[in-house]
Design a protein around this ligand. Structure first.
Ligand SMILES: [Zn+2]
Length: 323
């Protein structure tokens, strides 16, 4: 193996598909973005094929060693199958090697975007010096990736890391899309915050969040700013989010004894959330686990590239297991 070896990562999103050639050291030699038409399963898969064909037509050398796909929804990484998804309508399982790899004589790996991003942190990011860490993604949704003894924990059926459905006792009556009540995600995610703000606005007629919503400015950052300014609705939303995340994370720290917590996703971007959640973890987790925990840090990877890098790590895992 030379350091010029590459794999091709494919980050499949709801509106665009990023494709890139990534070296073993995590260097992106070339990347391109392509449109996604997610009207049906057929158009979605055709968009991925067109993106891959477009990239491979432009890419000259070296020949990639494998393909890696980071997707949404349920996957079976051992079988290389994208099982199903809602946001991108996948209802019939897709064998990624047969559907996309065979055309280029390459094997293909697949996993969900949070598992992929966790591996990117483990290979090349803020988790690269830790054998035990938690990657906590808070964006539109909330999910975690767990690394123990240097390996991503996938669980028996690849469901591990559904942190967003932890029960915290904060806002126990709030309904979650999973069908239960009291989950973390509807209280502590970017999408959940917006939805909950809209549901509560009629009870807070003087809240400036109504005007923010009308101006298409209702988001986590706006809610944090208004919480600092004392708006009661924003304070309620922000406090519930901080408490729920802090409690769930302290429980996770007690369970897993990580060296570090790495955070990623847009909701951390303005720096408001991290010190507040960290304070709860530091004041509620067990002393033993806390003595091993070095900190809670933002991802060191470029947020525009983390999905692509994650997809590439799946392909590198496939290459490495054959050696
Ligand atoms: Zn739930």
């Amino acid at each position: 193996m030379t350091k010029a070896d590459v794999v091709v990562g494919v980050d499949v999103g709801g509106t665009k598909i990023a494709v890139g050639a990534v070296t073993r050291a995590g260097e992106i030699l070339r990347s391109e973005r392509y449109p996604m038409d997610r009207s049906t399963q057929h158009t979605s898969l055709a968009s991925i094929q067109a993106a891959l064909d477009g990239f491979m037509a432009e890419w000259s050398a070296p020949a990639p060693l494998a393909l890696g796909f980071g997707v949404v929804g349920r996957t079976d990484p051992a079988a290389g199958v994208w099982v199903r998804a809602m946001n991108i309508p996948i209802s019939a399982p897709v064998d990624m090697t047969a559907r996309f790899g065979a055309r280029y004589g390459l094997r293909a790996a697949v996993d969900n975007d949070v598992h992929a991003a966790t591996l990117a942190e483990l290979y090349w990011g803020a988790g690269r010096n830790a054998d035990d860490f938690v990657y906590l993604n808070v964006g539109t949704g909330t999910a975690a990736g767990l690394v123990t003894n240097g390996r991503l924990v996938r669980g028996a059926g690849n469901h591990a890391g559904e942190f967003g459905h932890s029960f915290t006792g904060i806002a126990p009556d709030v309904a979650c899309p999973c069908g239960r009540r009291g989950c973390l995600e509807p209280v502590a995610s970017g999408g959940g915050l917006i939805e909950r703000a809209r549901e509560l606005l009629p009870a807070y007629p003087r809240s400036p969040l109504a005007a923010a919503d009308a101006a298409a400015q209702l988001n986590a950052h706006t809610i944090f700013v208004h919480a600092d300014a004392g708006d009661p609705l924003a304070v309620r939303l922000a406090n519930d989010m901080v408490s729920a995340l802090g409690i769930a994370l302290a429980n996770l720290v007690n369970l897993l004894d990580p060296q570090t917590i790495v955070v990623g996703g847009g909701v951390w971007a303005d720096g408001w959330l991290l010190p507040r959640v960290w304070h709860i973890v530091q004041t509620t987790a067990l002393a033993g686990a806390l003595s091993d925990l070095q900190g809670m840090v933002p991802s060191s990877l470029n947020p525009d590239h983390v999905g692509l890098l994650g997809a590439a790590t799946l392909a590198w895992d496939l290459v490495n297991e054959r050696q």
